[in-house]
Design a protein around this ligand. Structure first.
Ligand code: K7E
Ligand code: CUA
Length: 660
């Protein structure tokens, strides 16, 4: 036993040394051998990712942008980038965070946040299957969860998560999207207060949040939070099938270190997986066990009828305390600072990937329930029973690689785990735990994704690896080389590399779904007659310019190939001009853009039937052109106009016209 522990600690040291060296062992070997690097690509590989011009891809892939804060949409198997959806970062291309309608989306209790770090897209599910309705994604830095509407591919809602710091174990869904969960990575003082950082162990707490999702509208609200010890809660996945009703969160830093965590949080041989019985939580809430706790957070909702977002101030959350709610939370000891946690399609197996380990630890849901029934506890921490490791363990995938991070499933009884340090994916058999195949990734893989790979019914044809480092895989572009994804065919016994493609930002998790679950629902236009924007002009007759003190409201329309009005006079230096621009088109794929010379703002790109507003405070007299920024017709270059700006004290009359 002692000897084994010694081996384990030596292994940990090696692992840490490798992490510190920041080098991937396999990657290094691979780099040395060009033939190996290119892989044994069979000659027909190109045809298997080739999507002929005019043809559609078979799958959508939603890939997180990491530090870009956005969500990128790719087609698979081609790897073609279809769209970048702005979520947590401003995007001047789409006026996201610049238009008056979208600015409220980025409001937080700290004010307007123009950026965040987005890691985990998660598709909504019905009966454990991806249903193509919504994609959720976490904002890591200023804790938030966003919901993207997959009829419009627009961010429809963002909710801030109070009592959290680093919203990383988020936003994983339950099998009918009853909840998406959000767990704090960094524990913070609870309640937030001015205290010495070395009071961490006493004053700091971890918080796991359960966000209820309205089954019709998708609207989110924080139903309850569970107060936990001051660990770091890293990732999550919910149970399904037999384990439906439970959600599992990995933790590290059960040592409660508050400095130099690379050493301090690597002391314990095992950290915990927190298993939350959310159905039990609902019972406790019904019994009035939830504490109303004052909280300060924003809930921002985009209304498709008014084409406008509203930011709402929220003031309360319900908090459940484990010591008052027996049976609500259990800890499952899991070796070596587990990172990813993944539940197999049957819901029986819970895979904890100890990132400082070579092995994968697989727990059994059945064993867990038996251990709970028999009270097989090691100890109790802050009211939470710690189950005996041997009693919940189902098996171990032994010596599979170095630095396991994340696991996905193919629906044929196989698991696929990414290994950051040894830079590879290992395929293993669920139940026997034998390693079946391994394949190198280039380089330093983080997450991997199989469409539906965390659902009840994976669509296990392709697998995407998302890599942190690409070094020599692409043409150099200065000090930083693109991050990238790699596509594999997983239909055979051996995983087969098909394609490398670059990604935006840093890809973390991704979700995939067969295109047919989305295509038929995709919106083509916004109906003009349904436009309830308060400043809409539904025809050219309705256009006007209205002065209200120093505010000037321009009700403008656009249609191929002119603006109405296209001549505006009587604007004065220091006015605040609101251009409320309605696109009168009712044809698919005909946006028009709008921008004014020198107006210190982004363009707006207005979709058919939509109204968007952009503001301008002119600082100099003159006559300034505006034009359509999206090449919309043969006479696109003619789609232009002028605004005349007069001195603040001038008597220039306010007037507007088209064709005079
Ligand atoms: Cu492993 Cu943020 Cu999901 Cu990245 S996390 S790799
Ligand atoms: Cu409208 Cu170009």
């Amino acid at each position: 036993m002692k000897f084994i522990n010694k081996i384990k600690s030596v292994l940990t040291l090696i692992v840490i040394a490798l992490i510190v060296a920041g080098i991937s062992s396999c990657g290094q070997q691979a780099k040395d051998s060009d033939a190996f690097r290119k892989g044994a690509l069979s000659s027909d590989v190109a045809s298997r990712v080739y999507v002929a011009p005019g043809e559609y891809d078979e799958f959508y892939a939603f890939v997180s942008g990491g530090f870009s804060g956005q969500l990128a949409v790719y087609g698979l198997p081609s790897g073609r980038l279809l769209r970048v959806i702005p979520v947590f970062s401003v995007d001047p291309e789409k006026a996201y965070g610049f238009s008056e309608e979208t600015k409220p989306m980025l409001e937080t209790s700290f004010g307007f946040q123009p950026w965040d770090d987005a890691h985990h897209p998660e598709l909504s599910q019905t009966d454990g299957n991806t249903d193509g309705r919504w994609c959720f994604i976490n904002g890591n830095n200023t804790p938030r969860v966003a919901r993207i509407d997959l009829t419009t591919f627009e961010t429809a809602e963002i909710i801030e998560i109070p009592n959290s710091g680093g919203n990383h174990s988020s936003p994983f869904t339950t099998e009918n999207t009853e909840y998406v969960v959000a767990g704090t990575r960094f524990s913070v003082p609870y309640p937030q207060q001015d205290v010495a950082i070395n009071t961490y162990a006493d004053k700091f707490k971890g918080m796991l949040s359960f966000i209820k999702v309205n089954p019709e509208s998708g609207l989110m609200n924080i139903e309850f939070q569970v107060l936990l010890p001051a660990f770091d809660y890293d990732l999550a996945h919910s149970g399904k099938g037999k384990s439906h009703g439970w959600t599992f969160f990995t933790s590290y830093n059960t040592e409660k270190a508050s400095t130099l965590l690379e050493v301090g949080a690597s002391q314990n041989d095992k950290d915990f997986i927190a298993a939350i019985n959310w159905k039990k939580a609902e019972e406790y809430l019904a019994q009035g066990k939830g504490h109303d706790v004052p909280a300060n957070y924003k809930h921002n909702v985009y209304d498709e009828a008014t084409h406008m977002a509203t930011s709402n101030q929220m003031n309360m959350v319900k908090v459940l305390l484990p010591e008052e709610c027996p049976g609500l939370v259990y800890f499952l000891p899991t070796p070596k600072s587990p990172h990813g946690i993944d539940v197999d399609p049957t819901g029986e197996y819970i895979v904890g990937n100890g990132k400082l380990s070579a092995d994968l630890t697989v727990h059994s849901f059945t064993n867990m329930i038996a251990a709970i029934d028999n009270k097989e506890y090691d100890t109790i921490i802050e009211g939470i029973p710690v189950l005996k490791f041997e009693k919940v363990l189902a098996g171990t995938v032994k010596a599979a690689g170095l630095g396991p991070l994340h696991t996905e499933f193919d629906g044929r009884g196989n698991g696929y785990t990414s290994f950051f340090i040894s830079s590879e994916i290992v395929k293993w058999k669920v139940g026997t735990w034998e390693v079946l195949d391994r394949v190198s990734t280039y380089y330093s893989i983080g997450h991997l994704m199989i469409p539906g790979g965390d659902s009840k019914n994976p669509q296990g044809k392709y697998m995407v690896a998302m890599n942190k480092i690409t070094k020599d895989r692409y043409l150099p572009t200065g000090p930083e080389v693109t991050q990238s994804a790699q596509l594999f065919d997983i239909t055979g016994d051996k995983m087969e590399l098909l394609l490398d493609f670059p990604t935006i930002g840093e890809p973390h998790y991704a979700q995939g779904i067969s295109a047919d679950r989305i295509v038929s629902k995709s919106k083509k236009i916004y109906k003009l007659e349904e436009n309830e924007h308060p400043y809409v002009a539904k025809s050219e007759d309705a256009t006007k310019v209205v002065r209200d003190g120093k505010d000037v409201h321009v009700y403008m329309t656009m249609i191929r190939s002119h603006f109405s009005p296209d001549n505006i006079e009587g604007i004065k230096v220091g006015d605040k001009v609101y251009f409320h621009v309605t696109n009168l088109e009712q044809d698919y794929d005909v946006p028009h853009g709008f921008s004014v010379m020198g107006f210190e703002n982004a363009e707006i790109l207005v979709m058919p039937g939509q109204t968007e507003t952009i503001t301008w405070i002119p600082s100099r007299i003159g006559v300034y052109p505006f034009y359509c920024t999206d090449f919309c017709s043969a006479l696109h270059q003619e789609m232009q106009g002028y605004v005349r700006v007069s001195a603040a004290n001038s008597t220039t009359e306010l007037k507007w016209s088209l064709g005079e």
